[in-house]
Design a protein around this ligand. Structure first.
Ligand code: AMP
Length: 209
């Protein structure tokens, strides 16, 4: 089964993707995580993607598609996976269909922009294992330290308020139309993404049941 998560940056997609992945025992493939790792490792894809990611713009389709294609050859994808952050444009959704990858469900996590701007200010991520925390809503057990691997948590460069506003603009313009795309295919399901992490996860799992 292939499940895709839709939703604005900061809607909690990454957190919910990790919880669903654990629950269904399938890997989560996040194009944002793949691109950040490529940028850290200064690979060819990373060098091409860096300026786009840092400024909150979308990385051109062919670069992301290549990064995704490389990841999908991993043997762990055979029994299904969750896509977090791909597709983000209609051409990317069409590309998936062309590759013969038809997600059974496109789950959209719905959060108002005003909540997102507040949330992003408190988001902290682990640069080593990509775990996501929030200073108030989902704090790590020890402040500034990743629960999963013990690395020091950081704030993403693209979580600066001005970049967040740009990412939200890009989301509404280029990614929100994906809801209509999957609705027409009868695969769209929407979940209210406000409230506590566990409460949202209960709604998500009910919607997927
Ligand atoms: P995310 O971690 O999903 O918020 O992604 C962080 C950044 O990576 C985005 O703001 C984009 O610059 C880039 N990115 C991730 N996924 C895609 C995608 N499917 N298409 C284009 N750019 C992407």
């Amino acid at each position: 089964m292939v499940l895709i998560l839709l939703g604005a940056p900061g809607s909690g997609k990454g957190t919910q993707a990790a919880m669903i992945g654990k629950n269904l025992a399938v890997p989560v493939i996040s194009t944002g995580d793949i691109l950040r790792a490529a940028i850290r490792e200064q690979t060819d894809i990373g060098m091409k993607a860096k300026a786009f990611v840092d400024s909150g713009k979308l990385v051109p389709d062919e670069i992301v598609a290549e990064a995704l294609r490389q990841r999908l050859t991993g043997g762990d994808c055979a029994d299904g996976y969750i896509l977090d952050g791909f597709p983000r444009t209609i051409p990317q959704a069409e590309l998936l269909e062309d590759l013969g990858i038809s997600p059974e469900v496109a789950l959209s996590i719905e959060v108002p922009d005003s909540d997102i701007e507040n949330r992003m200010a408190g988001r902290r991520v682990c640069p080593a294992c990509n775990a996501v925390f929030h200073q108030r809503n989902n704090p790590p057990k020890q402040e500034g330290v990743c629960d999963s691997c013990g690395a020091a948590l950081i704030r993403r460069i693209d979580d600066e308020p001005e970049t967040v506003r740009e990412r939200l603009r890009v989301y509404h313009e280029q990614s929100e139309p994906l809801k209509g795309f999957y609705e027409r295919l009868g695969r769209l399901r929407c979940v209210v993404g406000t409230g506590g992490v566990e409460e949202i996860n209960r709604r998500v799992m009910e919607t997927l049941a």
